[in-house]
Structure formats: structure tokens, C-alpha cells
Design a protein around this ligand. Structure first.
Ligand SMILES: Cc1ncc(COP(=O)(O)O)c(C=O)c1O
Length: 362
């Protein structure tokens, strides 16, 4: 039985008439460059005043840090276990990422280790809601408040996740979203957004992404071209209508995996008060290579998120990070395996994956 890691074709077929009509609408109107209608839809969904569509999630981070006034000489607290884009955003703005280890149970930024990493140069904390599970925002926000730091949420993996009933993306000064096709809310190409209640910040991000301009051919500063195009916006508005139901299905798939695998490997745990939307379903095993080969041979898609923690990745070697300084992130990196996770998985497929993991996992 083939089980794809993600299955964008199955998802498309499940919403084909609605999706085809939305894309045809853009082709008819030729409104190709912006996506104001989706921005409104997503702002309403989040309950925030402003959503600014940008080219991708990495741009969203770069632009957010820059527009928050973070730059040369500044430091930003960043989890050791995340995709490189989180740290790239900090570096691109001119600042330095200061990595902090993750919690052993939930894989997110460990709030108990943040204060030791704060210096007089620290300007912000970036909380990544990794794999779809909200970071522990209450203690993180308390630390940010105590030290007068900005809070940036990296929501690239957490569309629809909630912390104590409140949506991720609504806690920080700004939230950055990716709509990369495989994300829980994914476009048909690259896409991203910056979400914030600050009108001033939103206007700055919009201007930055439109060549430093909000009046045609009047450029107030040198910007870039980073906008969410009309077709992606239309695609995302259609998918947004299904997001809650898709999230529920991901949660049900994760529960089925957990029930089947809890005695054979370390399975993901959801912290109290959180809606973990399982962008990724990540287990820990002691024989990763063997398990991944076996699953691939059976036609089961697998992945690793992430094989090398950022402090010891070549791009950040110059910062002097050593594995010993990040015992949790570096201790689990050789054990992590991501199993197929998407809303179109059938129970039969999930049971097949469980059966094959059980044969080999140690
Ligand atoms: C945690 C995290 N942050 C940022 C990004 C960057 O998003 P994009 O690929 O849209 O640039 C990703 C995407 O993979 C991500 O997983």
C-alpha cells in the first residue's frame, strides 16, 4: 500500500470544483498581483486587525524582524530545533540568533533556559510552534514582558493551533506564516503572511514588500518585491474554509498513531491546554536508518525534521555553538522520524504505517 508523506493531489481532488472555480475567477479578473480578499479572510479567521500577504514564510520573518527595528548589533532568542528560516530571518535583518535548547517532551523552545541567554543586546524572542504544537507562551510572554523584549511568533507550522483556546499568531507583537504547499494551510506555490494588530507595523511591512512604496512610483525607501499573488490568495481562501475540519482529521490521525505506537517508540505528546494541529507527526526511535529504509521499501513516505540542530549547522558554526550546549536538541536529532501526516490519510493507511513501524522500530 502506498502512503504518501503529504498528498496534495488527494487534497485537490477533495475540493476540485470549489478550487477550479476560484482559480478561474482570478484568470477572468486578471487580479494577479495582490491578494487583499484572502488577507481579510485570514485576518478575520485569526481575529487580528492586519494580515499582509508576502512572497513566502522566510520573507515574512525577514520583513517582520526588519520592520520591528531589529538589526545590526541586536540579538534574538531562537529555538535550536526549528527550520533554518526562523534564524535566517534574524540574520537577514542584520541581527544575531542566540539559540536556546528545546523542551524534551514537546520539542519547543524551553522557557526555563531563556533567561540565561538574555544579554543587554537581546531585542526579541521568536517562539516557533514546532510541528503544529504551540510553544509554552505564558512563561515566554512573562519573560518577554519582564525584559522588555518583543515577541515574534513563527506560525509556519501551526495554522489553526491554539494555546488556552486562543489562536497561535495572536499572542506576539507579530506573527509570521508560511503557505508553502505542504503546510496545513498551503498555497499552490510559495506564499507567506505577516499578521499583527499594529497598523504601523503592517503598513511598514506592506511598503517594504512593494519597493518601499504605497503610492505608485513614489519610493520612500529601498524595499523589495514580496507579495502574495492573486492566484495563491484565491487558493488559500478556499482552503481556509476547510482548515478546521482538516486540523481535526490530523488530530484524529495522530491519536490513532499514538494508540498504535505508544509501546514501541516515543510518540508525540500534547501539552495541557494546547491544540496541536500536527503539521508533522514525529516519533523517536533508536534505529532510524533501518526504520526509514524499511518504511520507504513498503512505499511509506518518511522525513526527518530536523537532522542537524541549528547551532551546529554549518551556516551557524561561526557563532561557536557546541552540541554540549544543546543537550536536548542534539541528543534527539539522530532519533527523530516523521511519519505520513495529512488530512486525507485513511484509517487503513494509518494502520498499515503502524503495522510496519512496529515490525522494525527499536
Ligand atoms: C518553522 C518554519 N519557519 C519558517 C519557514 C519558512 O517558510 P517558507 O518555506 O514559506 O519560506 C518554514 C517552512 O518550511 C518553517 O517550517
Amino acid at each position: 500500500m502506498k502512503v504518501n508523506f503529504v498528498d496534495l493531489r488527494a487534497q485537490y481532488l477533495s475540493i476540485k470544483p470549489e478550487m477550479d472555480a476560484a482559480i478561474a475567477g482570478i484568470l477572468e479578473s486578471c487580479a494577479f498581483v495582490n491578494s487583499r480578499s484572502f488577507e481579510k479572510d485570514f485576518a478575520t479567521y485569526l481575529g487580528l486587525k492586519n494580515v499582509v500577504g508576502v512572497g513566502n514564510g522566510t520573507d515574512a520573518l525577514c520583513m517582520a524582524f526588519h520592520c520591528l527595528g531589529i538589526g545590526k548589533g541586536d540579538e534574538v532568542i531562537c529555538p535550536a530545533n526549528t527550520f533554518i528560516a526562523t534564524a535566517e530571518g534574524i540574520g537577514w535583518a542584520g541581527a544575531t540568533p542566540v539559540f536556546v535548547d528545546c523542551e524534551p517532551k514537546y520539542y519547543n523552545l524551553d522557557p526555563t533556559k531563556i533567561e540565561a541567554a538574555i544579554t543587554p543586546r537581546t531585542k526579541a524572542i521568536v517562539a516557533v510552534h514546532l510541528y503544529g504544537q504551540p510553544a509554552d507562551l505564558d512563561p515566554i510572554m512573562a519573560i518577554a514582558k519582564k525584559h522588555k523584549l518583543l515577541l515574534v511568533e513563527d506560525c509556519a507550522q501551526s495554522h489553526g493551533a491554539t494555546y488556552n483556546g486562543q489562536k497561535c499568531g495572536t499572542f506576539g507583537d507579530v506573527a509570521c506564516f508560511s503557505f508553502y504547499p505542504g503546510k496545513n494551510l498551503g498555497a499552490y506555490g510559495d506564499g507567506g503572511a505577516v499578521a499583527t494588530n499594529s497598523d504601523e507595523l503592517a503598513a511598514h511591512v506592506r511598503k517594504l514588500g512593494d519597493h518601499g512604496s504605497n503610492v505608485k512610483y513614489r519610493h520612500d525607501f529601498e524595499g523589495i518585491n514580496s507579495r502574495l499573488d492573486g492566484i495563491q490568495g484565491a487558493v488559500l481562501s478556499v482552503k481556509l474554509r476547510h482548515l478546521e475540519q482538516w486540523s481535526d482529521r490530523r488530530i484524529a490521525v495522530a491519536a490513532r498513531y499514538n494508540a498504535g505506537l505508544k509501546d514501541v517508540c516515543v510518540v508525540p505528546q500534547t501539552a495541557p491546554g494546547r491544540r496541536h494541529v500536527f503539521h508533522l507527526y514525529v516519533i523517536q526511535v533508536n534505529n532510524r536508518d533501518e526504520l526509514m529504509k524499511h518504511l520507504s521499501d513498503q512505499g511509506i513516505g518518511v522525513g526527518i525534521h530536523y537532522p542537524v540542530p541549528l547551532p551546529v549547522t554549518p551556516a551557524y558554526e561561526h557563532l561557536g555553538g557546541k552540541a554540549a550546549g544543546f543537550p536536548v536538541a542534539c541528543g534527539i536529532a539522530d532519533k527523530l522520524v516523521s511519519l505520513p501526516m495529512h488530512a486525507d490519510l485513511t484509517d487503513e493507511q494509518v494502520d498499515f504505517v503502524i503495522q510496519e513501524v512496529k515490525k522494525v522500530a527499536k
